[in-house]
Design a protein around this ligand. Structure first.
Ligand SMILES: [Zn+2]
Length: 338
């Protein structure tokens, strides 16, 4: 399959008019981007590298405290108001501290962009039975989506004004389902059921967009015979709870992907439902869309390492949602001089 990697100028202008952005300026600079999408996959990848420097970071570990502190530091440095929501999960008598991280900008209805940032306790999908109780590194599962949100913090701060509220939410304790004393989506479900602690109600939310395993290196990005042996297929078929909960948003996001030339990455077909961090919010009546690539050969193995993730893959996903936020008029481009 061939991907259209560059939009024609005509299409760019047409899309810019359609989404009603502010005046588009060409500033004579060499590489200064002025036309959306502005999401930068290389910059997202550097955030992934800084997250992964701590190694595996399951809920309750010293490492996840360091990862969380790094995320908070970055959010504050890029102008976001940060709050945390903390509680204790009791896993068969052992208390584990859980910390959700929430960053806010703007006023009005809330569009939440979200990811989990914990890594799974067990590599129970590993082909080697001796490794199945090892920790997973979580480069794509947890890391990729975290790095996408960290680049949103940068990019939105740098290039956009907020017409409504945007929250960037990093969930703890997502990924320990099917492990004694644990469950999936503990952190996000706690947040969904305790919105009052954050001073909001479900009605305050316009939409949630969840990212999960969004960075898988794609073989189509390479010319044969230079395809890395670890490259797979980045692909986001439609998750069924998302389609039931937010059909118009799903349609528009997958259309935005098609318009950007990523139709093969975002195929318009349903793949079944997945228990993921959007579920607790859907239960509260909040429309939610999960962008997830569950067809990842290193899922829940010790080989979910950073060499399986690529900047281009992160960039495609980031750009699609950036264009959709523009289309919704949640954000607008800061007008550039000259
Ligand atoms: Zn997982």
């Amino acid at each position: 399959m061939l991907k259209m990697k560059y939009l024609s100028l005509f299409l760019l202008i047409a899309m810019a008019l359609t989404i009603g952005t502010a005046a588009i300026a060409q500033d004579g600079g060499e590489d200064a981007p002025t036309i959306p999408p502005l999401f930068d996959g290389e910059r997202a990848y550097t955030h992934l590298e800084s997250v992964m420097q701590f190694g595996p970071h399951p809920t309750g570990s010293e490492e996840i405290v360091l990862v969380g502190d790094l995320i908070i530091e970055h959010l504050e440095a890029t102008g976001w108001e940060v709050i945390t929501q903390e509680f204790v999960h009791d896993a068969v008598g052992v208390p584990f501290p859980v910390r959700n991280i929430i960053a806010k900008r703007g006023e009005g209805p809330i569009t939440m962009l979200a990811s989990h940032y914990d890594s799974r306790l067990w590599a129970d999908n590993d082909p080697d039975p001796h490794k199945r109780q090892n920790l997973i590194p979580g480069a794509n599962d947890g890391g990729s989506s975290t790095s996408v949100l960290m680049e949103y913090a940068d990019m939105l701060n740098q290039y956009y004004d907020f017409n409504e509220q945007v929250w960037l939410v990093f969930f703890d304790a997502e990924d320990n389902g099917r492990i004694p004393g644990w469950d999936w989506i503990i952190g996000s479900r706690y947040m969904a059921e305790n919105l009052d602690e954050l001073g909001v109600t479900p009605e305050d939310f316009r939409l949630m967009i969840l990212f999960d395993m969004v960075g898988e290196m794609d073989a189509d990005d390479f010319e044969a015979p230079g395809i890395p042996a670890t490259a797979g297929q980045q692909e986001f078929p439609i998750e069924s709870y998302s389609l039931q909960s937010a059909p118009e948003h799903v349609e528009a996001i997958w259309l935005a992907a098609y318009q950007l030339g990523y139709g093969d990455i975002f195929p318009y077909r349903e793949r079944g439902s997945i228990t993921d961090d959007h579920l607790g919010f859907i239960e509260q009546g909040i429309p939610a869309v999960d962008i997830i690539d569950l067809n990842y050969p290193y899922w829940h193995t010790v080989d979910d390492t950073i060499d399986k993730v690529s900047p281009l893959s992160l960039e495609r996903v980031g750009q699609v949602v950036e264009m959709y936020l523009l289309q919704l008029n949640v954000i607008q481009q800061v007008e550039t001089e000259e």
